[in-house]
Design a protein around this ligand. Structure first.
Ligand code: NAP
Length: 318
């Protein structure tokens, strides 16, 4: 029997949307508070940590820890305290009625007294038709997933932030050469990451450069890029075997449009850390944090969301 169908008629104390660092920390705390959280796993289980490599800045791991291992540990910890996991893509949420009603397509529905949104953020794309057509054929947003396929070949990374530097450094393991293309000549990346990339013998930079097209859609493989210099307007073709996007992320909050307050880029607005505009609905992690976006801050807000959930239920006699 489908697990969601089995849950249809029972009302949950809390449902947690997302299994990244924020969602799993919320699950650990909600589990320990005996709320028996139902944790919903969407398209990107484990969130961004599950597709990263070494995490060097999560306290408690002096030598660092692999992202997927950190996530797996959190998941086991949440399960130990009674969190239930299930796959499900939220199609629609009705936050106007109580309990809240979550629809997962067809007749699959979950009713819950509280909701913790930890749906994170997903990789941003340039939006070029040729880029979209070549995803999986040399265009990727995940160096750890796909870098291996381009052993000994020239690889290009787009972006000027920490993600782009991290991808570029990681890809030097495989590539003959990594070119970082950035649309400006100023970088958002932290000094330490930028310096590491600048010092690496395999990495070179092309600044003030815009990607106009990805070739070759007909051949179903990446053979090069059509580039334009943002200052001079000069256009040229640049040979490369793969294109990795490191241009940031977009919050996964569209399903709450019109119901929860969002900023101009779609991030959920929260007050006092985790409160949304609907009482009983809390948000944590990258879906509401455009400022810090770190694993440790996501974990901290997940903890706060679960503690506020417990308080909310307690005040209403649960
Ligand atoms: P980010 O800091 O927002 O940087 C995104 C970069 O992509 C910017 O340089 C931006 O250019 C560029 N960009 C955005 N849209 C573009 C487009 N359509 N075409 C071309 N370029 C585009 O995002 P991020 O690098 O993912 O980092 C997000 C947060 O996570 C940061 O706080 C970062 O420190 C953190 N992070 C930390 C680590 C680590 O510590 N190991 C690793 C990854 C990320 P402009 O500068 O011109 O806007």
């Amino acid at each position: 029997m489908n697990l969601i169908s089995a849950m249809e008629n029972s009302i949950r104390d809390t449902v947690i949307l997302g299994t990244g660092c924020a969602g799993l920390t919320a699950a650990i705390y909600a589990g320990r508070a005996n709320l028996k959280p139902l944790v919903l796993e969407g398209h990107e289980p484990g969130g961004q940590l599950s597709i990263t490599t070494l995490v060097e800045n999560f306290p408690g791991f002096p030598e660092g820890i692999q992202g997927p291992e950190l996530i797996e540990n959190m998941r086991k910890q949440a399960a130990r305290f009674g969190a239930e996991f299930m796959m499900g893509h939220l199609a629609h949420a009705d936050l106007t009625q109580r309990p809240f009603k979550l629809d997962f397509g067809g007749s699959k529905t979950v009713l819950t007294r509280t909701l913790i949104i930890a749906s994170g953020a997903s990789a941003r794309w340039l939006g070029l038709p040729s880029e979209q057509a070549l995803i999986g054929y040399g265009v990727s947003s995940c160096a750890t997933c796909d870098g291996f396929f381009f052993r000994g070949k020239p690889i290009t990374v787009i972006g000027g932030g920490d993600s782009a530097m991290e991808e570029a450094l990681f890809l030097t393991r495989f590539a003959s050469k990594v070119t970082v293309i950035h649309r400006r000549d100023h970088f958002r990346a932290s000094k330490i990451m930028l310096e590491r990339a600048r010092k690496h013998e395999k990495i070179e930079f092309l600044t003030d450069t815009i990607v106009e097209d990805v070739m070759d859609v007909k051949a179903k493989e990446v053979t090069g890029l059509k580039l334009r210099n943002a200052k001079t307007g000069k256009v040229w073709e640049f040979p490369t075997s793969a294109l990795f996007l490191g241009i940031g992320h977009e919050p996964n909050a569209k399903m709450f449009n019109g119901q929860l307050d969002q900023d101009q880029d779609g991030y959920l607005k929260t007050s006092d850390f985790v409160f949304t505009n609907v009482p009983g609905v809390f948000a944590c992690g990258d879906v509401q944090d455009r400022r810090y976006r770190q694993a440790i801050t996501a974990a901290g807000s997940g903890c706060a969301a679960a503690m506020e959930t417990e308080k909310f239920l307690e005040e209403r006699g649960r």
